[in-house]
Ligand binder design. Structure first.
Ligand SMILES: [Fe+2]
Ligand SMILES: [Fe+2]
Length: 205
């Protein structure tokens, strides 16, 4: 089992304190749940656990900031959050969060930044760290649905299957509701559909 160094523990504690002041109690508890789930997955899949812990804690840092602040951040960082992504308000907190951690926390690690940026939309060919945050966010204990519980179990042995299952269900759900589907999510759908096999009729749904 991985043991954090004292310096790492201090940084994690600082980030926990920071996010606690920026979000609701519900969101804070969700972030801690994502951290726990993501670190367990990092152990299983051999990912850098410290980076995973940081990305998990910060993934929703902008979620409770409000539309105005989110848009302000997106305007500031329009180089990483393109025009098409702006069509989906549900994605704003992801882009705003990525920009916030670069601008205000001086985080320069691309993997952490991308994990925050794509944690809602997903994208084609995600890094292991991105996939862990993307999945951990959707299967935590605070999401009490039966489908989350099944995914939480399945993800222990097949991360890619669960990525595909989440992306496919998101596309179906967005389409059924007539909502905008971001190019990033379409990219994830096409990529993981091919990677996992379109004929795999997941038993998770
Ligand atoms: Fe989020
Ligand atoms: Fe989240």
């Amino acid at each position: 089992m991985y043991v954090f160094s004292e310096v790492e523990q201090a940084q994690i504690k600082n980030f926990r304190t920071l996010i606690k002041g920026l979000m609701s109690e519900y969101r804070y508890n969700h972030s801690l749940s994502v951290e726990k789930e993501a670190c367990e997955l990092a152990e299983i899949y051999g990912c850098n656990i410290f980076k995973v812990a940081i990305a998990a804690l910060l993934h929703d840092i902008a979620k409770d900031m409000g539309r105005h602040k989110q848009l302000e951040l997106i305007e500031f960082g329009n180089h990483i959050f393109d025009e098409q992504e702006r069509n989906s308000e549900g994605l704003w907190h992801a882009g705003a969060g990525a920009i916030y951690i670069m601008k205000n926390l001086q985080i320069t690690d691309d993997e952490i930044i991308n994990a925050v940026l794509y944690h809602t939309s997903g994208r084609a060919n995600m890094s292991l760290l991105e996939k862990i945050i993307f999945v951990a966010d959707k299967v935590t204990n605070d999401r009490c649905s039966a489908i989350s519980a099944k995914r939480r179990k399945e993800v222990q042995c097949n991360l890619e299957n669960v990525v595909w299952d989440i992306v496919r269900n998101a596309v179906v759900s967005l389409a059924e509701d007539g909502l905008y589907i971001s190019p990033m999510t379409w990219g994830a759908y096409n990529y993981y559909g091919s990677a996992v096999g379109r004929d795999l009729d997941s038993q998770l749904a």
